[in-house]
Design a protein around this ligand. Structure first.
Ligand code: SF4
Length: 299
């Protein structure tokens, strides 16, 4: 295996020339950490192109964790819009409340404290500590795992669904020593995976700054069993039904009657199941008069 400097120089040079100008990358420090945290939660299950406008609108409305904490959780769900997986909005609201109550309104800078925030797992904690605070952590998302599997492991992609201990050790061993350089390295590997070493069967190796060192390329790009994300059916699923019901609630500031849901979904059994799920997930409040509202928004 090559040492980290062998990879770092060409990769950081490539990143300086080719990185996308994403708003959450423009600043660092405590003030920017909220922007980074919001972006990371949104990006967990939603592509960059859809996150960009939502992230801008979110920060315009709630420029600080304290601002979000002062709003009812239902407003967070309303403004989550169509990003999907709206429990993330609820978790982000809970995180904002905890940051406000326990950390004086500043996103904490330690991985341990970040991990205590709702909705923040090991990847997101490392990403925020690294990207917002310039710390030295292995940041292993799907893109990074794929790049390292090809570059160092000589495989077509990660062989396990979850992050393995050996992947963490490998990622840590490649981090440059200086924290600020390590933080740039982490985001650069991620960017390479997003733009060049893509999930497609034919990554753009011709424009890769690491082509000369890549084990997978130099061994003829052997085929392998790659754990890819399965495309999930959406039409007709409970998930689609839940999205339609939440859209009804998002589009009005008033509570809605059960009958208002009937016009957006034709199967009563599936509708009832989806509505029950939304209530038990805390995304919808059932009111004493039989109507429904986004949590904390009923007059
Ligand atoms: S040479 Fe190709 S496979 Fe190897 S890291 Fe670069 S893009 Fe990925």
């Amino acid at each position: 295996m090559m040492d980290d400097a062998t990879y770092a120089e060409p990769l950081l040079g490539w990143y300086a020339q080719n990185a996308r100008d994403l708003p959450w990358r423009r600043e660092t420090g405590p003030g920017a950490a909220w922007s980074v945290l919001v972006s990371e939660i949104m990006l967990q299950q939603t592509p960059v192109a859809r996150v960009l406008p939502a992230h801008a609108q979110w920060l315009a409305r709630w420029p600080t964790p304290a601002a979000l904490a002062a709003s009812p959780p239902g407003e967070a769900i309303r403004h989550w819009g169509r990003l999907g997986y709206p429990r993330r909005a609820l978790r982000l609201h809970e995180a904002a409340c905890l940051i406000t109550a326990r950390h004086g309104g500043q996103v904490p800078d330690s991985v341990a404290s970040l991990r205590e925030l709702p909705g923040v797992g090991s990847y997101t904690a490392a990403a925020v500590a690294s990207f917002a605070f310039g710390q030295r952590h292995a940041v292993l998302d799907t893109n990074v795992r794929r790049v390292l599997a090809r570059l160092v492991g000589g495989a077509a992609g990660p062989v396990s669904t979850g992050v393995s201990v050996s992947e963490v050790k490998l990622a840590e061993s490649l981090l440059p020593d200086a924290p600020d350089v390590a933080a740039r390295w982490s985001v650069a590997v991620m960017e390479l995976g997003a733009l060049v070493c893509t999930a497609a069967t034919a990554p753009s190796c011709g424009s890769c700054p690491l082509a000369g060192q890549c084990v997978w390329l130099t061994t003829g790009r052997p085929a392998g069993t790659v754990q890819g994300r399965r495309t999930q059916r959406y039409d007709g699923t409970d998930r689609q039904c839940r999205g339609r019901l939440l859209a009804v609630l998002r589009d009005t500031s008033q509570p809605v009657a059960r009958a208002d849901f009937d016009v957006v979904w034709s199967s009563p059994v599936q509708l009832a199941r989806a509505l029950d799920g939304l209530v038990s997930d805390g995304l919808v409040d059932p009111l004493p008069d039989g109507r429904y509202a986004l949590p904390g928004t009923a007059p």
